[in-house]
Design a protein around this ligand. Structure first.
Ligand code: ADP
Length: 509
């Protein structure tokens, strides 16, 4: 690396401060890996109630930051804390916007002022950089909540000398969340009406903040190579595949890494016993403790214990799961499910749990320590997602000696290798068709393998030895930041925007 890179990392959730899913894990660990590579990286996060109540050490660094929102100017205070890896995290504190029980909405639906909330956050983050003289080379934005940052750099701040060197990278963690808002709210964003068209942030008559990120960013990444291909097809593109095909030269698939400091069965503070690939006894103790905690009958200790840990949404395959649970129960196995999300799945799973109380345990809610205990105590992790940008639970499962059974899509396909008992190669089980028969076949195959002790041990150890730490992927991000910086240096103004515009002249929505 020539001159030290400066990266302003904007994320709507960052572990351990605020988390609803894998994006938080990534934003909590990737910056540490970047810092190790010499990047001056700083993270921006809204000050949610969850952060306020989390007892993290923090101090105020900028009181009364003034931020335009629509035709008002609001103020917020900025506090600073650090990640476990020592990366500075700036918290944007505005109680009426962020001091709420949840991050984005309740099980009944999204907060109605999410446009105001995340427009405010994004604009505040850019303005803080300016006020404090943080001359970042790249703003790295994550998902729709931060999609306006690249748009601001290419429009409102295009002629502002402070931002003249600032490039942008936008990472898609999930195409399913597009940040759609009515066109009448355009003035909330502070963008000129001239940006509201199909080559800008208009998406079929609405504003889409995801699309803003996709259109205006200098480079786009997503969280696995396979998903970067899939989202360019109508099946997985969620209506935005044409946009992505038109930016395919600037779209990169970089597989997520994981933080083995947090997810390691040899040291995990949430576990009742520890274990490693050489000393596996602790895993049995974790299974017994989990069965006891969840109320799964003792007789199932000698049988496979399956687990599901995921948001309760159609994306994660909970519709399919509901269909197969009665069949799974007949296979003489235990099943534990931890999830938070849509009410209809919470209720339906609750009913199923009552029908098979001795073998089926359901916990509704977001419970980080329990997720770790399930990861350690289960034998298999079932993840029948419709689509999966990367997926982290299957990667954690590998490290915890818990064999993943996944659909062969997106990051699942990139990270899990189908087990072949004849060669002893492979780390899990994969099915392709999203239908009950296909999943059940793989579950039966996994159960059969479980009872073949030698094969099972081999499979478990293959997974535990797999390495998905950040080092390689963090290097890929650094190379991309360098490329973006180089591009900006080569043509100070408007280079990427001109390229985008000429492509969009072809009338792609
Ligand atoms: P996604 O980001 O799509 O939700 P990932 O597999 O990438 O899926 O990441 C999910 C993360 O959230 C993992 O760290 C997983 O352990 C955690 N998680 C999901 N649901 C729960 C829950 N109900 N309680 C605790 N942790 C959860």
């Amino acid at each position: 690396m020539s001159k030290s890179l400066r990266v302003w990392f904007l994320a709507p959730e960052v572990a351990p401060f605020a988390k609803t899913g894998g994006l938080a894990d990534v934003a909590g660990s990737l910056p540490g890996a970047l810092m190790k590579l010499g990047v001056d990286v700083r993270v921006a996060l809204p000050m949610y109630r969850m952060v306020r109540e989390g007892n993290f050490a923090m101090h105020e660094v900028f009181p009364g930051l003034e931020v335009p929102l629509g035709d008002e100017t609001l103020q917020c205070d900025v506090l600073e804390t650090t990640t476990d890896h020592g990366v500075p995290v700036y918290l944007f504190d505005r109680e009426d916007l962020f001091d709420r029980p949840d991050l984005y909405g309740t099980p009944e639906g999204d907060y109605s002022d999410n446009l105001e909330r995340f427009t405010f956050f994004t604009r505040a983050a850019l303005l803080l950089a300016k006020k404090t003289g943080f001359h970042f080379d790249v703003v790295h934005c994550h998902d729709w909540q931060t999609g306006l940052a690249p748009a601001y750099l290419k429009t409102l701040y295009r002629d502002d000398p402070f931002f003249s060197q600032a490039g942008s990278v936008f990472t898609i963690h999930n195409m399913g969340y597009q940040g759609l808002f009515p066109a009448e709210k355009l003035s909330t964003c502070g963008l000129p009406a001239s940006e509201f068209h199909p080559e800008g942030l208009e998406y079929w008559g609405n504003i889409s903040l995801l699309k803003a990120g996709l259109v205006y960013a200098d480079a786009i990444t997503t969280v696995s190579p396979r998903y970067s291909q899939e989202i360019q097809t109508p099946e997985f593109g969620m209506g935005m595949d044409a946009i992505l095909r038109n930016r395919s030269d600037d779209l990169h698939g970089i597989i997520n890494g994981v933080d083995y400091h947090t997810w390691n069965p040899a040291t995990d503070p949430h576990l009742p016993a520890h274990y490693s690939v050489r000393h596996m006894d602790g895993k049995k103790a974790c299974k017994a403790a989990l069965a006891h905690e969840m109320g799964v009958d003792h007789q199932f200790l000698a049988r496979p214990l399956l687990a599901v840990i995921s948001r309760l949404t159609v994306q994660k395959g909970h519709d399919l799961l509901l269909e197969i649970v009665p069949d799974v129960a007949r296979l003489d196995v235990g099943l534990v499910i931890l999830g938070a999300g849509e009410q209809k799945y919470q209720q339906a799973l609750g009913f199923l749990g009552q029908e098979h109380p001795e073998r089926l345990a359901i916990r509704v809610g977001f419970d980080e320590p329990l997720a770790h205990r399930i990861m350690a105590g289960a034998d298999m992790l079932l993840a029948p997602s419709r689509y999966e940008p990367c997926g982290l639970t299957q990667i954690y499962a590998l490290k915890y000696g818990t064999v993943p059974i996944v659909r062969a899509v997106g990051g699942f396909d990139d990270t899990i290798q189908q087990f072949d008992p004849s060669s002893g190669q492979g780390t899990g089980f994969k099915f392709l068709e999203h239908e009950p028969g296909a999943v059940l076949d793989r579950i039966k195959e996994a159960i059969q393998t479980y009872y073949n002790k030698a094969a099972w041990q081999k499979l478990v150890k293959n997974g535990m030895r797999a390495d998905f730490s950040w080092s390689e992927s963090a290097r890929e991000y650094v190379a991309l930041y360098e490329e973006v910086r180089q591009r900006r240096e080569n043509s100070h103004t408007g280079f990427a925007q001109d390229r985008v515009s000429s492509r969009y002249e072809r009338g792609v929505r």
